[in-house]
Design a protein around this ligand. Sequence first.
Ligand code: AMP
Length: 396
Amino acid sequence: MDKMTIEDLGLKDKRVFIRVDFNVPLDENMNITDDTRIRSSLPTINYAIDAGAKIILASHLGRPKGKKDPKYSLLPVAKRLQRLLDREVAFLPDAVGTETEAAVAAMKPGDVALLENLRYHEGEEKNDDLFAQALARLCDYYVNDAFGTAHRAHASTAGITKHVLKSVAGFLLKKEVDYLQGAVANPVRPFVAILGGAKVSGKIGVIENLQDKVDKVIIGGGMAFTFLKAMGHEVGDSLVEPDMLDIALRIADKAKERGVKFYLPVDCVVAQSMSPGAETKIVTSQEIPAGWKALDIGPASVRLFSEALGNAKTIIWNGPMGVFEMDAFSRGSMAVAHAVADSYALSIVGGGDTDLAVHKAGETENMSFISTGGGASLQLLEGKELPGLVSLTDKK
Ligand code: AMP
């Protein structure tokens, strides 16, 4: 990575603002139902503690839209973090202001404070410069470890960097970029991209960027049916994006021209409605009956895709193979998760739904790397810059 990292700074006695992604899921009683995001930030926080910094942590939670709303308070996160770090975490009830500044001024080396939800202030998402300056007044150095929001140019991910001495990447951000950019830039071949999810339109940037770099592309999920339709197959009531048909054909043709192996489902699980109890059938992709929709890849596709993955050395997977949230349509995604896990490849999984599918398959531990950010990982795989990354200080 060409940006400075936390390891390039002397942190002793410095006030260090760490932008983390503590946007965790909470139940109706404000209990944290999954603390992965908090745990992912621990290496950076512990490093700063050991280095004798005064640590100011900041995050957003949910979408309070610029207003104070107790539903989106970070207080439960402060409590969980306190337990995970096994040390006191001071919770500061406002992200900016004189009281917050006074509390920070009283901090000692090794102290940890968590600011209340940044998005209680409108200036955060608007990247307002005054709000960015108010945040910058709290610190000497800025660390971005919030990969999940690095694709947003907000006050705490971009604006603040103009007003601090040095802005650097934390360990999580660095790891994400190293894996997601590194694998694409220097893949060990054969390099296979598995792309799924609902729509072609959501992944078009990724397909176009990876198409020039991979040896094989495997397409599953709802987007496969736009490709099949474009090739002249009847796909019943399956998800099709009419305005993507030409683009789909162009992608498939380009793959052929470049000698990229292009795999589409050869069979699928169909139902008349997308509901857990619906009657299902397995049919070939050429025989999807009218009135039925394909909601998962079938067993022959699983065998085909697993074969194609057999000799892979690098795999990037983004998007489930079917409606994996319902057991009846989850087998394709589960089987592909097992095939990726069993491969001898460096396996990199995009965040969001793919992460959930891998988790459901019980293969989380068997992937080389699972991204913590859905949108941000897509943007990196599209070959685009992340505002939260470009604004960091260049490594000379
Ligand atoms: P994405 O956010 O684009 O990765 O899409 C993920 C969503 O695609 C998941 O919620 C899946 O349920 C959905 N999905 C996957 N396959 C299909 C399909 N064949 N038909 C409709 N939706 C699908």
